[in-house]
Design a protein around this ligand. Structure first.
Ligand SMILES: Cc1cc2nc3c(=O)[nH]c(=O)nc-3n(C[C@H](O)[C@H](O)[C@H](O)COP(=O)(O)OP(=O)(O)OC[C@H]3O[C@@H](n4cnc5c(N)ncnc54)[C@H](O)[C@@H]3O)c2cc1C
Length: 440
């Protein structure tokens, strides 16, 4: 396809094979058919507007991209598409401590915003595990979650307002810069989690939160995963709200260090930053069924096992990182039945869970790195999604739909909701140029 239109925009772009190869895939391992024809590097809102106008007039598919860490195929780009790489729009435009807000461009790396807020005694709460790589634009477009979302909410809870370039190049402002505000339909919420299919986010007004005065972190080992899940539910029943509650099953602990078996078969790591006495009450509750428990004011040693989990599982083989959520009270059942699915299909599955919000990451070890994914792994994944729906949950807690879960979205949403979502897409992007084939 001719790229003359792209040259006419005056926005820097490249069709060099190495540049295209470095922006073709995301982190899902999914190979899109073919290759994109170019990558364009906007630096300003006007650049993005010019690219969208050109793409609309030539009916060229555009794939917005931040850091390309999506795990669903959402930012992978195939045949004939142009990748809109927003990572160069990476300025923190304003931090207003008195208002508790920051205004940023979409390419700001998540951890950079958190570090900038820290200088004001504040923090940007959503903390996806990819935060040193992922961008705020990508986080908003996927409505990313993270560890401390158990208490402080997911990305959507931090987004107050957006500037979005629409498919025809118009600049839309949504939401507000105030902590409260209810005027009109919630377009900010609609764009949050829309996976680049409704518009291109070019700036965001985000909520910052005060840093807690102190935190306590507790690591408790249990004889089995049911006991660990029950302990996390006991905290909720006692009206204790941890910042994070991370559960690691036996298979995950074995991947990290087989010696941990002698300590316990499941690990629950909980962090608290509430009123004095909260941590002691939580520790007493967690200790009831624990076989080993430690509390520390320094979180890192106790979070070490959690941070080692994914790299350790990656050493076993190619990880398919799944992402379901169930009501918290069904967490233990979900982990137990995932174990049954693993045994039935004879595929190793290590399960990590953000227990505080019922979000599980069953990680299927799908053969060796670089080899084709075995059919048994796909069958196991399908059964895991069915299980999530059967337990009253969802097929994606935080990673999104992308390409990989489109079929499951249709099933979870049902025909009426799915059809309405398609109609919304047509309102915002009638020619279907924005990240076609994703999310719906
Ligand atoms: C090691 C690892 C750990 C992870 N941990 C977590 C986790 O804890 N929680 C979690 O939720 N996710 C996690 N992820 C998934 C991923 O990091 C998140 O989905 C993240 O939000 C993607 O950000 P990104 O900048 O890489 O976006 P990309 O992958 O570049 O894009 C993701 C989606 O957003 C769209 N998009 C990007 N920028 C814009 C924009 N400016 N306007 C409109 N659309 C846009 C893209 O088109 C695509 O649909 C993890 C991934 C990895 C590799």
């Amino acid at each position: 396809m001719s790229l003359e239109w792209l040259a006419r925009t005056g926005v820097p772009w490249s069709a060099a094979p190495d540049v295209i190869a470095s922006r073709r895939l995301d982190r899902s391992g999914r190979e899109p058919p073919g290759s994109p024809s170019a990558v364009v590097f906007p630096r300003t809102v006007a650049d993005v507007q010019a690219v969208l106008k050109g793409a609309q007039s030539t009916r060229t598919a555009l794939v917005p991209r931040g850091a390309g860490t999506a795990l669903t195929g959402a930012s992978a780009a195939g045949d004939g598409a142009v990748v809109l790489d927003l990572s160069g729009m990476n300025r923190i435009l304003d931090i207003r401590p008195a208002d508790g807000v920051a205004v940023v461009e979409p390419g700001v790396v998540t951890a950079d915003l958190d570090r900038a807020a820290l200088a004001h005694g504040l923090r940007y709460a959503p903390d996806p595990a990819s935060l040193e790589l992922s961008t705020i634009g990508g986080n908003i477009a996927t409505n990313a979650g993270g560890l401390r979302c158990a208490k402080y909410g997911v990305t959507r809870d931090a987004v107050l307002g957006l500037e979005v370039v629409l498919a025809g190049g118009e600049l839309l402002s949504t939401g507000r810069a105030t902590l409260k505000g209810v005027a009109g339909y919630d377009l900010t919420g609609l764009f949050t989690g829309s996976e680049g299919t409704l518009g291109v986010i070019v700036s965001a007004t985000l909520r910052l939160r005060p840093l807690p005065a102190a935190t306590a972190t507790i690591a408790a080992y249990y004889p089995d995963v049911e006991a660990a899940a029950a302990a996390s539910v006991a905290l909720a029943e006692a009206r204790i709200q941890p910042v994070l509650a991370e559960l690691l099953d036996q298979a995950t602990l074995d991947a990290i260090d087989p010696g941990l078996r002698s300590v316990g078969s499941a690990l629950l790591i909980v962090q608290l930053d509430g009123a004095p006495g909260e941590a002691a009450t939580a520790a007493a509750l967690l200790a009831e069924k624990a076989v080993s428990i430690r509390t520390s004011e320094d979180p890192e040693p106790l979070l070490y096992a959690r941070r080692q989990a994914l790299p350790s599982i990656e050493r076993l083989g190619r990880p398919l990182i799944e992402d379901i959520a169930v009501p918290r009270s069904r967490l233990a059942e979900a982990v137990r039945r995932i174990g049954v699915i693993a045994a039935r299909h004879d595929v190793p599955i290590c399960t990590l869970a953000h227990a505080g919000d019922g979000n599980l990451h069953p990680i299927i070890v799908a053969g060796s790195h670089g080899s084709p994914i075995p059919e048994a792994a796909h069958r196991a994944a399908d059964e895991i999604f069915s299980l999530a729906l059967e337990l009253g949950g969802t097929v994606t807690g935080e990673h999104g739909v992308g390409v990989l879960k489109r079929r499951w979205l249709a099933r979870e949403a049902g025909p009426l909701s799915h059809d309405l979502q398609r109609q919304l897409k047509a309102v915002f992007d009638p020619l279907g140029i924005l990240n076609p084939g994703k999310a719906l």
